[in-house]
Unconditional design. Sequence first.
Length: 206
Amino acid sequence: IFNRPWIFIRGVPSMKFLPPAGPAEIAFAGRSNVGKSSLINALVQQTGLARTSNTPGRTQELNYFVPDGYNGDMGDLPPIALVDMPGYGYAEAPKAQVDAWTALVFDYLRGRPTLKRVYVLIDSRHGIKKNDEDVLKLLDKAAVSYQIVLTKTDKIKPPAVEKLVRDTAALLAKHPAAYPEILATSSEKSSGLDELRQAIVTVINQ
Ligand code: GTP
Ligand code: MG
């Protein structure tokens, strides 16, 4: 499915604009600037599909991406949508706007029946912060399956990545909805992407 071209189909500014529930949705959540949009582009190998920026607060809606030809020849592939999300935490935007994005993210994560898996992205340089913890707790409570993806591993040394993987895995022991395996990725160096693609394929085939 990741060898096909993907297209952007819809930007959702608030819950009432969500598309009708249908395909299995795989969402990418995380603090502003953690690399959500870059990771989606790297997964589908299409630079510029999801808009990225140096400035936190780039993605401002729930952006839906589907394989091209979605309504046509999908063979026996199960229907899937990748959902890029606004970041939570710091963003270069007025507070009211940031609060609205955060509310949208939280409402979507806890109330979308077709949401099959959330990838919670964590910047390798920072590890899990308080607002990440809040999101993990929300997902536990809503019983939404999630998995942690470390991003930007090219920015730290390999032993530091290994230690972060171990520490993060230990922390997940008290999170019932967390998938235990931590994925370490770099969109920049295209590392860890095949493992993530495989994990997504496994989820949508369940
Ligand atoms: P918001 O939409 O603002 O919440 O940000 P985002 O999480 O979508 O992050 P985005 O993909 O826009 O990337 C933010 C910045 O991090 C950009 O400058 C990217 O080039 C950079 N970045 C993303 N992934 C990587 C990575 O694997 N390695 C390095 N070195 N930089 C990365
Ligand atoms: Mg983004």
